[in-house]
Design a binder for this molecule. Structure first.
Ligand code: GLA
Length: 377
């Protein structure tokens, strides 16, 4: 990393920062409804080697992009000015300045093991690593949730993706051996111990390799649908609808919005239920909740796809405790909770099922809850 930095930027970096991707255990599409979520950080990280510059230039290079250095003037950063991967780091610098922090330029070199387009929050990892690097380079003294909000602002306001804050909170605030209980409206987060391997379990990630892209308008349409439903129901956000209100929502809402509300309300309840099981050490009880969450995303929110459904169905048929798509939807990754004695059989069955369906081989790997963003050098 240091050697590559020196080669590209001609001097040593001031430091190296890391931020992870995430999988969400439960609580999908609840973040922009002021609700609850329960993500973990995965061991795959985005590393950013950085050196402060005092001439106002922001110079970006990525080991993955393999393109030339992107050279920008921080004073000219405006939404739409950068359309490649560079929009994420440039967006963070823009968002810091927009929030009144007097930050200048830097040389950055980025290298990542977080798969892109797999629904594992590679963009949040990049944003959070850059935000933390800037926090240190410019002595800003911001805490992790504030850096997460700055990162979300970069994505919303600069890269043009109307995401919630779950991914950035996970990347910035998770700790090893725990899931992160997010209460979005309250702005609070709490670590909930979660160590599946200590219970003889595995959490597998299956990247379906169906390209997941939040910028394509479908995510924005779902978000708008939820916001419209909240307005029609006369509440600030769908978080305020309780399960007992559900049967009456069809009297107020157009038929197309009823299942969206159904998903959000039941999903918030699934987060609460999952947390009480984890706190009581009943990790296996998570299984049916994950599978119910998948059914809700497939049938009510309608954001699964044939490949994700095939992973879930195959894993459950092979004795997995639970499985569901994770992240924004329309492809990306599935998580599978499985007893370690069944993990290999589940993986083999999923790959075989993909082959017989004529799909590309999925990527499978086990994950344990890992650390959030941190300085590593
Ligand atoms: C994407 C968004 C998040 C969240 C999830 C769905 O990952 O970036 O803010 O809305 O989808 O839970």
């Amino acid at each position: 990393m240091k050697e590559a930095f020196r080669h590209i930027h001609g001097a040593s970096p001031d430091g190296i920062w890391a931020a992870p991707g995430r999988v969400n255990l439960i609580g999908e599409h609840t973040d922009y409804n002021d609700g609850f979520a329960l993500p973990i950080a995965i061991p795959q990280n985005t590393l950013v080697a950085a050196r402060r510059r005092d001439d106002g230039r922001l110079r970006l290079h990525s080991a993955q992009g393999d393109g030339p250095v992107i050279d920008l003037d921080v004073a000219d950063l405006n939404p739409g000015a950068v359309t490649t991967w560079g929009a994420y780091p440039a967006g963070v610098v823009w968002a810091l300045r927009e929030a009144g922090h007097e930050v200048g330029g830097a040389d950055l070199h980025v290298d990542s093991t977080v798969p892109t387009g797999a629904g594992l929050s590679s963009s949040a990892a990049l944003e959070c690593a850059v935000a933390l690097a800037y926090n240190d380079l410019y002595g800003l003294g911001l805490d992790a949730p504030t850096l997460a909000r700055i990162s979300q602002r970069a994505e919303n306001g600069f890269a043009g993706v109307p995401c919630g804050v779950m991914d950035q909170m996970a990347s910035a605030c998770c700790t090893a051996g725990a899931a992160l209980h997010l209460d979005i409206r309250a702005g609070t987060h709490e670590q909930v111990p979660f160590a599946p391997e200590l219970e003889g379990l595995r959490l597998l990630v299956v990247d379906t390799r169906v390209k997941h892209d939040l910028g394509d308008g479908a995510y924005a349409a779902l978000r708008a649908g939820c916001e419209q439903a909240a307005r029609l129901l006369g509440v600030a956000a769908l978080r305020d609808v309780s399960p007992t209100d559900l049967p009456s929502t069809h009297r107020v809402l157009p038929a197309s919005l009823v299942p969206l509300v159904q998903h959000i309300v039941t999903e918030n309840a699934r987060v609460a239920e999952s947390i009480s099981h984890l706190r009581a050490g009943r990790v296996t009880e998570l299984g049916p909740i994950l599978s119910a969450g998948h059914a809700s995303l497939r049938d009510d929110f309608r954001i699964s796809c044939a490949e994700s459904d095939l992973v879930v169905d195959t894993a459950l048929a092979q004795g997995a405790l639970g499985a569901r798509m994770t992240g924004g939807g329309f492809g990306g990754s599935v998580i599978v909770l499985v007893d370690e004695s069944r993990a290999q059989a589940v993986g083999a069955a999923v790959t075989a099922a993909f082959r017989s369906a004529g799909y590309r081989d999925p990527h499978l790997f086990p994950v344990s809850p890992a650390s959030g963003a941190r300085r590593i050098e």
